[in-house]
Ligand binder design. Structure first.
Ligand code: OGA
Ligand code: NI
Length: 367
């Protein structure tokens, strides 16, 4: 522990030089060192700070998609709900999804046990390589972010699983097994939801075969987020406003509130529901649907007392593919909205600046 980190009411300075590891080691370390003030490096400009009203948060009731109804006579009605949710909310919650309660609980539990490991063990996976099969870190990029956010993360590449599994953390000993099961089951959920979403866009039959194959071979990564309690939650954020890059993100979260979405110009809190996935449209689906389905800006608040864990599964086409508007969805009245976009375009963009709000997607706009 550096002298600056001793328990103190002083706000520590902004030294993030490589010699000073106090921030690179993440917010769990800061929290465990008994910090009473948030260091300057974590303080967001006043305009970006949450207006904390945790006593009476503005809640949003997200559309609920009953996955079990996708099969059977109610499919058309369900696809209509799905379409409405993707168009007007960019977010929905999936219930009756068929993934066992134990699979979800064990995934959360093993992530919690990973973050509980001594720092030396977690720290083995620290890398600045965005494409590493496993990456442990804090904020987005601890060395580059102007303001750091209050989260540590473990990112696991998942597809193809046999290539990546041997690189995943060897401790806790059951992490690979539990996370692999979780990855396989959520991949199936993603593929089935996408099939419904394609149908809701009028993309059916033979023309979907190639797309479905691409989705099956598609990129899949899991991001386990850890948000320790924060001494001054009104000054910082767990994750600042952003949209997700892929087609869909499936979010598993514990029972602690934190996720907020921007809806009709307001920040609204998503109340966690047990055994439910929060699913959101990413930039790639917005490009693919030629703007019909919207990726939505969201952020994460932290709080003064509770730890929070979430696992976001991000799915898209293979990293080598180009995402483009589906030709049938382009018309004279709805001309092509976005440039064809490869994963490389996204990496180039985020490697030169911070990913904020929908800046990346905006940069791909044709008009
Ligand atoms: C993300 C994200 C939300 C959450 O990882 O991209 O938005 O609740 N996470 O942790
Ligand atoms: Ni996100």
């Amino acid at each position: 522990m550096s002298p600056a980190m001793a328990i103190t009411n002083e706000r520590s300075d902004d030294d993030v030089s490589p010699q000073n590891h106090q921030y690179l080691n993440g917010v769990k370390q800061l929290y465990e060192n008994g910090l009473r003030r948030v260091p300057n490096k974590y303080i967001f400009p006043a305009s970006d700070r949450p207006n904390h009203n945790t006593q009476h948060p503005n809640l949003i009731q997200l559309p609920i998609i009953d996955f079990s109804q996708l099969k059977g006579p109610n499919r058309p009605r369900l696809l209509h709900s799905l379409s409405h949710a993707c168009e007007h909310y960019g977010f929905f919650q999936v219930v009756n999804h068929g993934i066992g309660e134990d699979v979800m609980r064990k995934m959360m539990d093993v992530c919690r046990r990973f973050f509980d490991l001594p720092f030396e063990e977690r720290g083995k996976y620290i890398t600045t390589d965005m494409e590493a099969p496993v990456r442990y870190g804090t904020s987005f990029s601890a060395t580059k972010d102007r303001v750091l956010c209050w989260r540590d993360f473990l990112k696991l590449m998942c597809h193809p699983l046999p290539d990546f599994l041997p690189h995943w953390p060897s401790s806790p000993a059951d992490l690979r097994k539990l996370a692999a099961t979780y990855a396989q089951e959520t991949k199936y959920l993603f593929l089935t939801l996408m099939e419904g979403i394609l149908e809701s866009l009028g993309i059916v039959g033979e023309e979907t075969e190639e797309l479905k194959q691409l989705m099956e071979d598609g990129s899949h990564m899991m991001m386990a987020n850890y948000y320790p309690p924060c001494p001054e939650p009104e000054l910082t954020l767990g994750i600042p406003p952003h949209s997700d890059y892929g087609f869909l993100t499936l979010l598993l979260q514990d029972q602690v509130e934190g996720l907020q979405i921007q809806h009709q110009a307001q920040w609204l809190t998503v109340q966690p529901l047990p055994n439910t996935f929060v699913v959101n449209v990413g930039d790639h689906l917005e490009i693919f649907s030629n703007g019909k389905y919207k990726s939505v800006v969201h952020r994460v608040l932290v709080n003064g007392v509770k730890h929070r864990i979430s696992v976001a599964s991000l799915h898209s086409l293979p990293f080598s593919s180009t995402v483009r508007a589906w030709p049938k969805l382009i018309s004279e009245t709805n001309p092509k909205k976005y440039k064809d976009t490869g994963f490389g375009d996204f990496l180039d963009y985020v490697s030169t600046r911070e990913h904020k709000r929908k800046d990346f997607l905006d940069s791909r706009k044709l008009y």
